[in-house]
Design a protein around this ligand. Structure first.
Ligand code: SAH
Length: 289
Protein backbone atom coordinates (compact mmCIF):
# COMPACT_ATOMS: atom_id res chain seq x y z
CA UNK A 1 0.00 0.00 0.00
CA UNK A 2 1.23 3.45 -0.78
CA UNK A 3 2.08 5.83 2.01
CA UNK A 4 -0.77 8.17 2.89
CA UNK A 5 -0.15 11.88 2.55
CA UNK A 6 0.23 13.62 5.86
CA UNK A 7 -2.84 15.80 5.63
CA UNK A 8 -4.58 15.46 8.95
CA UNK A 9 -8.12 16.38 8.10
CA UNK A 10 -10.46 14.29 6.06
CA UNK A 11 -9.93 15.07 2.43
CA UNK A 12 -11.95 14.20 -0.55
CA UNK A 13 -10.73 14.75 -4.06
CA UNK A 14 -14.34 15.05 -4.95
CA UNK A 15 -14.06 14.94 -8.71
CA UNK A 16 -14.32 11.83 -10.75
CA UNK A 17 -11.26 12.49 -12.80
CA UNK A 18 -7.95 11.07 -11.77
CA UNK A 19 -5.43 13.55 -10.49
CA UNK A 20 -3.23 14.17 -13.48
CA UNK A 21 0.20 14.68 -12.02
CA UNK A 22 2.54 12.14 -10.51
CA UNK A 23 2.60 14.34 -7.42
CA UNK A 24 -1.15 13.95 -7.01
CA UNK A 25 -1.11 10.25 -7.74
CA UNK A 26 -0.39 9.76 -4.08
CA UNK A 27 -3.93 10.87 -3.34
CA UNK A 28 -5.41 8.01 -5.34
CA UNK A 29 -4.49 5.35 -2.83
CA UNK A 30 -8.01 4.69 -1.59
CA UNK A 31 -11.60 5.44 -2.35
CA UNK A 32 -13.01 8.38 -0.45
CA UNK A 33 -15.91 6.42 0.96
CA UNK A 34 -13.51 4.30 2.95
CA UNK A 35 -11.74 7.16 4.61
CA UNK A 36 -12.19 7.42 8.32
CA UNK A 37 -11.77 10.56 10.34
CA UNK A 38 -8.25 11.84 10.05
CA UNK A 39 -7.62 9.79 6.97
CA UNK A 40 -7.07 10.99 3.47
CA UNK A 41 -9.74 10.31 0.93
CA UNK A 42 -8.19 10.62 -2.48
CA UNK A 43 -9.71 10.69 -5.93
CA UNK A 44 -11.92 7.75 -6.64
CA UNK A 45 -10.56 5.12 -8.95
CA UNK A 46 -12.88 4.51 -11.90
CA UNK A 47 -15.71 2.54 -10.26
CA UNK A 48 -16.58 -0.86 -11.67
CA UNK A 49 -20.11 -0.51 -10.34
CA UNK A 50 -21.09 3.14 -10.10
CA UNK A 51 -21.59 3.92 -6.42
CA UNK A 52 -23.01 7.36 -7.05
CA UNK A 53 -25.40 9.05 -9.44
CA UNK A 54 -24.45 9.62 -13.05
CA UNK A 55 -22.45 12.76 -13.67
CA UNK A 56 -25.45 14.81 -14.69
CA UNK A 57 -28.28 13.26 -12.71
CA UNK A 58 -31.77 13.92 -13.98
CA UNK A 59 -32.62 15.75 -10.76
CA UNK A 60 -29.76 18.18 -11.23
CA UNK A 61 -30.65 18.69 -14.85
CA UNK A 62 -34.23 19.41 -13.89
CA UNK A 63 -33.13 21.89 -11.28
CA UNK A 64 -31.03 23.77 -13.81
CA UNK A 65 -33.74 23.64 -16.45
CA UNK A 66 -36.13 24.98 -13.85
CA UNK A 67 -34.31 28.33 -13.85
CA UNK A 68 -36.96 30.79 -15.00
CA UNK A 69 -35.94 31.23 -18.58
CA UNK A 70 -38.53 33.96 -19.04
CA UNK A 71 -36.26 36.24 -17.07
CA UNK A 72 -33.36 35.45 -19.36
CA UNK A 73 -31.22 34.64 -16.36
CA UNK A 74 -29.55 31.76 -18.07
CA UNK A 75 -28.76 33.72 -21.16
CA UNK A 76 -25.40 34.90 -22.31
CA UNK A 77 -26.70 38.48 -22.56
CA UNK A 78 -27.21 38.76 -18.83
CA UNK A 79 -23.63 37.72 -18.22
CA UNK A 80 -22.41 40.05 -20.95
CA UNK A 81 -24.16 42.87 -19.15
CA UNK A 82 -22.49 41.86 -15.89
CA UNK A 83 -19.12 41.81 -17.63
CA UNK A 84 -19.68 45.24 -19.19
CA UNK A 85 -20.43 46.55 -15.73
CA UNK A 86 -17.26 44.98 -14.37
CA UNK A 87 -15.30 46.65 -17.14
CA UNK A 88 -16.86 49.99 -16.24
CA UNK A 89 -15.85 49.34 -12.65
CA UNK A 90 -12.22 48.99 -13.73
CA UNK A 91 -11.78 45.23 -14.15
CA UNK A 92 -9.86 45.07 -17.41
CA UNK A 93 -8.30 41.63 -17.38
CA UNK A 94 -9.70 39.98 -20.51
CA UNK A 95 -9.09 36.46 -19.20
CA UNK A 96 -11.05 37.14 -16.02
CA UNK A 97 -13.85 38.82 -17.95
CA UNK A 98 -14.01 35.94 -20.41
CA UNK A 99 -14.29 33.42 -17.58
CA UNK A 100 -17.03 35.47 -15.93
CA UNK A 101 -18.88 35.68 -19.19
CA UNK A 102 -18.67 31.93 -19.61
CA UNK A 103 -19.37 30.53 -16.14
CA UNK A 104 -23.06 30.59 -15.29
CA UNK A 105 -23.29 32.10 -11.83
CA UNK A 106 -27.00 31.28 -11.55
CA UNK A 107 -26.14 27.58 -11.41
CA UNK A 108 -24.31 28.17 -8.12
CA UNK A 109 -27.02 29.94 -6.14
CA UNK A 110 -30.25 28.61 -4.71
CA UNK A 111 -33.21 28.70 -7.06
CA UNK A 112 -34.92 31.35 -4.92
CA UNK A 113 -32.01 33.69 -5.61
CA UNK A 114 -31.40 33.14 -9.31
CA UNK A 115 -32.94 36.48 -10.23
CA UNK A 116 -30.11 38.14 -8.29
CA UNK A 117 -27.36 35.92 -9.65
CA UNK A 118 -25.94 38.53 -12.00
CA UNK A 119 -26.39 41.55 -9.78
CA UNK A 120 -23.33 42.93 -8.09
CA UNK A 121 -24.28 41.57 -4.73
CA UNK A 122 -23.08 38.89 -2.36
CA UNK A 123 -25.57 36.08 -1.80
CA UNK A 124 -26.14 33.45 0.90
CA UNK A 125 -25.04 29.94 -0.10
CA UNK A 126 -26.16 28.10 3.03
CA UNK A 127 -24.57 27.19 6.37
CA UNK A 128 -24.12 30.88 7.16
CA UNK A 129 -21.70 31.44 4.28
CA UNK A 130 -21.90 33.81 1.32
CA UNK A 131 -20.73 33.98 -2.26
CA UNK A 132 -18.83 37.23 -2.86
CA UNK A 133 -20.20 39.79 -5.26
CA UNK A 134 -18.93 39.51 -8.83
CA UNK A 135 -16.86 42.67 -8.56
CA UNK A 136 -14.86 41.35 -5.62
CA UNK A 137 -14.39 37.94 -7.21
CA UNK A 138 -13.18 39.53 -10.44
CA UNK A 139 -10.88 41.93 -8.60
CA UNK A 140 -9.21 39.12 -6.65
CA UNK A 141 -8.78 36.95 -9.73
CA UNK A 142 -7.28 39.88 -11.64
CA UNK A 143 -4.87 40.54 -8.75
CA UNK A 144 -3.89 36.89 -8.72
CA UNK A 145 -3.09 37.07 -12.41
CA UNK A 146 -1.01 40.21 -12.00
CA UNK A 147 1.61 38.25 -10.07
CA UNK A 148 4.63 36.74 -11.75
CA UNK A 149 2.95 33.38 -11.68
CA UNK A 150 1.58 33.11 -15.21
CA UNK A 151 2.04 29.98 -17.18
CA UNK A 152 3.53 30.34 -20.65
CA UNK A 153 0.20 30.20 -22.45
CA UNK A 154 -1.24 32.96 -20.29
CA UNK A 155 -3.00 30.68 -17.82
CA UNK A 156 -2.20 30.45 -14.16
CA UNK A 157 -0.31 27.31 -13.26
CA UNK A 158 -1.28 25.44 -10.11
CA UNK A 159 -3.72 27.30 -7.91
CA UNK A 160 -5.00 26.62 -4.40
CA UNK A 161 -8.35 28.07 -3.32
CA UNK A 162 -9.31 28.12 0.33
CA UNK A 163 -13.08 28.17 0.77
CA UNK A 164 -14.80 26.38 -2.11
CA UNK A 165 -18.21 27.52 -0.89
CA UNK A 166 -20.72 26.95 -3.68
CA UNK A 167 -17.92 26.40 -6.19
CA UNK A 168 -18.40 29.52 -8.33
CA UNK A 169 -14.92 30.92 -7.95
CA UNK A 170 -13.47 27.42 -8.31
CA UNK A 171 -15.22 27.19 -11.67
CA UNK A 172 -13.72 30.50 -12.76
CA UNK A 173 -10.29 29.41 -11.58
CA UNK A 174 -10.52 26.15 -13.46
CA UNK A 175 -11.21 28.10 -16.66
CA UNK A 176 -8.09 30.22 -16.19
CA UNK A 177 -5.60 27.83 -14.62
CA UNK A 178 -3.77 24.65 -15.45
CA UNK A 179 -4.67 22.93 -12.19
CA UNK A 180 -6.91 23.96 -9.31
CA UNK A 181 -7.16 22.54 -5.79
CA UNK A 182 -10.06 23.93 -3.80
CA UNK A 183 -10.60 23.17 -0.13
CA UNK A 184 -13.77 23.55 1.91
CA UNK A 185 -14.11 22.89 5.65
CA UNK A 186 -17.92 22.46 5.70
CA UNK A 187 -18.96 19.11 4.35
CA UNK A 188 -22.38 20.38 3.29
CA UNK A 189 -20.85 23.03 1.06
CA UNK A 190 -18.17 20.70 -0.25
CA UNK A 191 -20.95 18.38 -1.39
CA UNK A 192 -23.00 21.24 -2.79
CA UNK A 193 -20.02 22.52 -4.78
CA UNK A 194 -19.46 19.06 -6.18
CA UNK A 195 -23.04 19.01 -7.44
CA UNK A 196 -22.86 22.56 -8.76
CA UNK A 197 -19.63 21.88 -10.63
CA UNK A 198 -20.57 18.54 -12.10
CA UNK A 199 -21.84 19.99 -15.37
CA UNK A 200 -18.49 21.57 -16.12
CA UNK A 201 -16.61 18.27 -16.11
CA UNK A 202 -13.46 20.20 -15.34
CA UNK A 203 -10.70 17.63 -15.25
CA UNK A 204 -8.26 20.16 -13.80
CA UNK A 205 -10.37 20.95 -10.74
CA UNK A 206 -9.89 18.98 -7.53
CA UNK A 207 -12.32 19.49 -4.67
CA UNK A 208 -10.98 18.77 -1.22
CA UNK A 209 -12.75 18.47 2.10
CA UNK A 210 -10.50 19.62 4.90
CA UNK A 211 -9.06 22.51 6.85
CA UNK A 212 -7.67 24.93 4.30
CA UNK A 213 -5.58 26.65 6.97
CA UNK A 214 -3.20 23.75 6.47
CA UNK A 215 -3.15 24.30 2.73
CA UNK A 216 -2.72 21.19 0.63
CA UNK A 217 0.91 20.18 0.54
CA UNK A 218 0.40 17.42 -2.01
CA UNK A 219 -0.50 19.94 -4.70
CA UNK A 220 2.27 22.42 -3.86
CA UNK A 221 4.09 24.46 -4.94
CA UNK A 222 1.34 26.80 -6.10
CA UNK A 223 1.76 29.70 -8.47
CA UNK A 224 -1.30 31.23 -6.87
CA UNK A 225 -3.22 30.90 -3.61
CA UNK A 226 -6.56 32.62 -3.13
CA UNK A 227 -8.65 32.64 0.03
CA UNK A 228 -12.36 33.38 0.21
CA UNK A 229 -12.39 33.65 4.02
CA UNK A 230 -10.52 36.11 6.18
CA UNK A 231 -8.28 35.22 9.11
CA UNK A 232 -6.10 37.23 11.50
CA UNK A 233 -2.89 36.17 9.84
CA UNK A 234 -1.67 34.27 6.82
CA UNK A 235 -1.12 30.64 7.87
CA UNK A 236 2.52 29.58 7.53
CA UNK A 237 1.43 26.58 5.44
CA UNK A 238 0.17 28.89 2.69
CA UNK A 239 3.48 30.71 2.45
CA UNK A 240 5.41 27.44 2.57
CA UNK A 241 3.27 26.00 -0.22
CA UNK A 242 3.47 29.10 -2.42
CA UNK A 243 6.07 28.81 -5.18
CA UNK A 244 8.86 31.34 -5.32
CA UNK A 245 7.43 33.82 -7.82
CA UNK A 246 3.93 32.93 -6.69
CA UNK A 247 1.24 35.25 -5.41
CA UNK A 248 -1.32 34.94 -2.64
CA UNK A 249 -4.50 37.04 -2.52
CA UNK A 250 -6.52 36.90 0.68
CA UNK A 251 -8.74 38.95 2.94
CA UNK A 252 -7.02 39.53 6.25
CA UNK A 253 -7.87 41.37 9.45
CA UNK A 254 -5.71 44.49 9.72
CA UNK A 255 -4.22 45.99 12.86
CA UNK A 256 -7.31 48.21 13.06
CA UNK A 257 -9.55 45.15 13.25
CA UNK A 258 -11.04 45.63 9.77
CA UNK A 259 -10.67 43.23 6.89
CA UNK A 260 -8.65 44.30 3.87
CA UNK A 261 -7.29 42.53 0.83
CA UNK A 262 -3.72 41.40 1.16
CA UNK A 263 -1.52 40.62 -1.82
CA UNK A 264 1.56 38.65 -0.87
CA UNK A 265 4.32 37.88 -3.35
CA UNK A 266 6.96 35.26 -2.56
CA UNK A 267 10.15 36.44 -4.19
CA UNK A 268 13.69 35.05 -4.08
CA UNK A 269 14.41 37.95 -1.69
CA UNK A 270 11.54 37.09 0.63
CA UNK A 271 7.88 37.84 1.11
CA UNK A 272 6.41 41.17 0.01
CA UNK A 273 3.01 42.33 1.27
CA UNK A 274 0.66 44.96 -0.13
CA UNK A 275 -2.51 46.02 1.63
CA UNK A 276 -5.38 47.02 -0.61
CA UNK A 277 -9.01 48.01 -0.12
CA UNK A 278 -11.34 47.03 2.71
CA UNK A 279 -13.45 43.90 2.18
CA UNK A 280 -16.02 41.86 4.11
CA UNK A 281 -15.47 38.12 3.95
CA UNK A 282 -16.71 35.35 6.20
CA UNK A 283 -14.16 34.32 8.84
CA UNK A 284 -11.45 31.75 8.18
CA UNK A 285 -12.01 28.98 10.71
CA UNK A 286 -9.91 25.99 11.63
CA UNK A 287 -11.00 22.37 11.62
CA UNK A 288 -13.82 20.79 9.66
CA UNK A 289 -17.55 20.59 10.32
N1 SAH B 1 -15.28 31.05 -3.23
C1 SAH B 1 -16.55 30.73 -2.65
C2 SAH B 1 -16.85 31.65 -1.49
C3 SAH B 1 -17.28 30.88 -0.30
S1 SAH B 1 -17.41 31.76 1.19
C4 SAH B 1 -17.65 30.72 -3.69
O1 SAH B 1 -17.41 31.05 -4.86
O2 SAH B 1 -18.77 30.35 -3.36
C5 SAH B 1 -15.97 31.21 2.04
C6 SAH B 1 -15.90 29.76 2.36
O3 SAH B 1 -14.70 29.55 3.10
C7 SAH B 1 -17.02 29.23 3.24
O4 SAH B 1 -17.68 28.21 2.56
C8 SAH B 1 -16.31 28.71 4.49
O5 SAH B 1 -16.87 27.53 5.01
C9 SAH B 1 -14.91 28.45 3.94
N2 SAH B 1 -13.85 28.35 4.94
C10 SAH B 1 -13.64 29.10 6.05
N3 SAH B 1 -12.53 28.68 6.70
C11 SAH B 1 -12.02 27.64 5.97
C12 SAH B 1 -10.91 26.77 6.12
N4 SAH B 1 -10.07 26.86 7.16
N5 SAH B 1 -10.70 25.83 5.18
C13 SAH B 1 -11.54 25.70 4.13
N6 SAH B 1 -12.62 26.47 3.94
C14 SAH B 1 -12.86 27.45 4.84
Amino acid sequence: MKKRPAFPAQLDLGQDHPAPTPRMAVTRVQASGQAGKGAVAPARPPPVVPSRPPRVPPAAATKVDAVPTGLGLDSAQVRSRMVRKLLEQGIEDAVVLKAMETIERHRFVDSALVNQAYEDTSLPIGLGQTISKPNVVARMLALLRQGHNLHVDGKLGRVLEIGTGCGYQAALLSAMSKEVYSIERLRGLHEKARENLRHLRAANLHLLFGDGMLGYAQGAPYGGIIAAAGGDEVPDAWIDQLAVGGRLVAPLVTAQGQQALLVLDKTPQGVQRQWLEAVHFVPLKSGVA
